[in-house]
Design a protein. Structure first.
Length: 273
């Protein structure tokens, strides 16, 4: 059984208002997608293709207009009570806007521990130990736990953002353009760390990106969206021969992966090997 199964999903939004004629905007149509435990897929497409909308549906943040999103055999839109709480613990989303994900008046450590307070039974000492473990895994230090978000660089803040998403050991993590504001070396460092997590614990990932080279580096499959439809779904080893024009455009805009995997691994800070 697939960990995540999207069957014939469509989604639309109401448009118009008091001074404009009301109508509907179809954002997704006929989406069929599956994801197995421990698999990472890349979701590619131009702006407005429906990638972020699909991400929200996968995590149950919105209910599809038609079709069904199932996680571990359960309809996500029907989860209530303890089942809904278990699902929140099982899936996590990381946005591109790291500053917007943190309370500016709370320390980084407090924010990372927030899901631990709500979704686990860890006591204060356990939450603190887990927070420091996550910071170290993301190449940060214990001192960063005491800092406010505005006291960290953009790259440090996004590392902390990913650390918080991993706090409750989710089975699925959706990275919605989460690496796009980072430099290439840091992108590779974080992807290597997440790849290690995937291999050790079977965590599945959906990497939403405009960068085909990062998808090739990290994922097993690449899914191409255009105008709300999946136009290609293929192994990542075969993503250099796209037939669809959007895929060809992404391929022509590919950035080289530099440094190579060995060089990037040597550049990892302590705790990220």
């Amino acid at each position: 059984m697939s960990l995540l199964h999207v069957h014939n999903v469509g989604h639309r939004y109401r448009t118009g208002g008091l001074l404009r004629k009301r109508g509907w905007l179809q954002v997704l149509d006929g989406i069929d997608l599956h994801l197995h435990a421990g698999e990472s897929i890349g979701l590619l497409g131009s702006s407005g293709s429906g990638k972020s909308t699909l991400a929200r549906l996968l995590l149950g943040l919105e209910k599809p207009t038609q079709g069904q999103v199932s996680f571990a055999g359960q309809d996500v839109s029907q989860l209530r009570g303890e089942q809904a709480r278990d699902f929140q613990r099982t899936v996590q989303l990381v946005f591109q806007d790291a500053p917007g994900a943190f309370n500016p008046q709370r320390s980084i450590g407090w924010s990372i521990a927030e899901p631990l307070r709500h979704l686990t039974d860890l006591d204060e000492a356990g939450r603190q130990a887990r927070t420091l473990e996550l910071l170290e895994a993301m190449g940060l230090h214990a001192e960063h736990a005491q800092r406010l978000p505005q006291q960290l660089s953009g790259g440090q803040l996004q590392r902390a953002n990913i650390a918080r998403a991993l706090a409750v050991s989710p089975q699925l993590v959706v990275l919605d353009e989460a690496l796009s504001n980072l430099d290439r070396v840091l992108q590779l460092q974080l992807l290597q760390q997440l790849e290690g997590l995937r291999q050790r614990s079977g965590t599945a990932f959906v990497l939403i990106s405009h960068d085909l080279s990062l998808v090739q580096y990290f994922c097993q499959r690449v899914v191409l969206l255009d105008n709300g439809c999946i136009v290609e779904d293929r192994p990542v080893t075969h993503c250099t021969g796209f037939e669809h024009p959007v895929g060809k455009q992404l391929q022509s805009a590919m950035l080289p992966i530099r440094p190579d995997k060995r060089q990037a691994r040597q550049a990892l800070p302590m705790g990220m090997h």
